[in-house]
Design a protein around this ligand. Structure first.
Ligand code: FES
Length: 98
């Protein structure tokens, strides 16, 4: 089911926190593309929006692991991948699939 989450796309390089169906997520625009993921590091329970974007990855502020914005891939064998969600823009409004 697609749900409208924002009235407009976030500015390039920023992460916007949203809550959808009791899930804490973030939406970001990176190099012109939209991404949505769970706003919780799979390593320990901390918001990924406290970290920063590096290329196409979000880097956690606590231990520095990073996750691919597209696939959620952690690159670490013992760290789960980040949960990502399909996202699209329609008439300037942002929708995610949950
Ligand atoms: S809590 Fe995010 S890398 Fe450890």
């Amino acid at each position: 089911m697609w749900v409208k989450v924002l009235e407009s796309a976030p500015k390039e390089g920023t992460m916007v926190e949203i809550t959808v169906k009791d899930r804490d997520l973030f939406v970001t625009m990176n190099e012109g593309r939209l991404y949505c993921a769970e706003n919780r590091c799979p390593h320990e329970d901390i918001k990924l929006t406290l970290g920063c974007l590096k290329g196409n990855r979000v880097k956690c502020s606590l231990h520095g692991y990073s996750f691919d914005l597209e696939t959620g891939d952690s690159l670490e064998e013992d760290v789960d991948n980040m949960l990502t969600y399909p996202i699209r823009e329609e008439n300037n409004e942002i929708y995610i699939e949950v």
